[in-house]
Design a protein around this ligand. Sequence first.
Ligand SMILES: Nc1ncnc2c1ncn2[C@@H]1O[C@H](COP(=O)(O)OP(=O)(O)OP(=O)(O)O)[C@@H](O)[C@H]1O
Length: 256
Amino acid sequence: MSVETWRETRRGPGREAVPLVREASLDLVTGEVLALVGASGSGKSLACAALLGVLPPGTRQGGGRTLLDGVAAEPAALRGRAVATVLQAPRTAFNPLRTLADHAAETLAVAGIRGVAARTAMLEAFAAVGLGDDSRMPGLYPFQMSGGMLQRAMIALALMSRAPFLVADEPTTDLDLVAQKRILDLLAGLVRARGLGLLIVTHDLGVVARLADRMAVMEAGRIVEAGPAARLFAAPAAPATRALLAAHRALHGEPA
Ligand SMILES: Nc1ncnc2c1ncn2[C@@H]1O[C@H](COP(=O)(O)OP(=O)(O)OP(=O)(O)O)[C@@H](O)[C@H]1O
């Protein structure tokens, strides 16, 4: 199973349009982690937004297509069904007036699961993300939960959707270091245990080295290098990849 996208996203109307993302093809495979890396503003988030059909106001799609198992598909039809999302700031992703159980019921209904089966699926997903020990969990409102708990809850909702692919755009940015490690371990474990295909956007090449099978490097709206993560670490070809690796090694006191 694969999802591929190639989008041209432009800023502003008419002739003043500026291409923001071009030549960005992302190939997701179940059971594999693809890391999307690149400097700030290189277009990682927009490439993911295009894949999901959720481009922000002020941008529009100028071209490209999404394929699911080789068949053209509308991003909106894939969202929540074939592709689930885990976002950067979990608190903003939840409705503050609704409990976790309400959110779960809504997600499960989209997947066609209701009633007793829905409750079982919800509890199973909470257990899978490490939220299963507290029986009060389904009745909690977002404000009663920490950032790390909310991120786990968002991953639980992704599991409930039964989507085979998960797009995680900087999923640990808002978390402390301990919570970051736990969430990344959780995502890696789910990829292994459930054979999910994970696209993870990150600034942290340490995360890439630990989690990713493949890596794609963006620069100025284009994917300038892509391939097995181990190969790109050992023999980076594109200047952008080399610059990212050099910065990472300098930051962590490793030899260049
Ligand atoms: N809503 C928008 N309207 C116009 N331009 C935008 C919009 N969102 C992003 N851009 C521009 O598109 C380019 C790519 O932005 P994007 O957020 O995808 O980068 P990124 O690689 O995800 O950066 P970061 O790592 O900082 O999150 C940037 O030049 C940005 O200013």
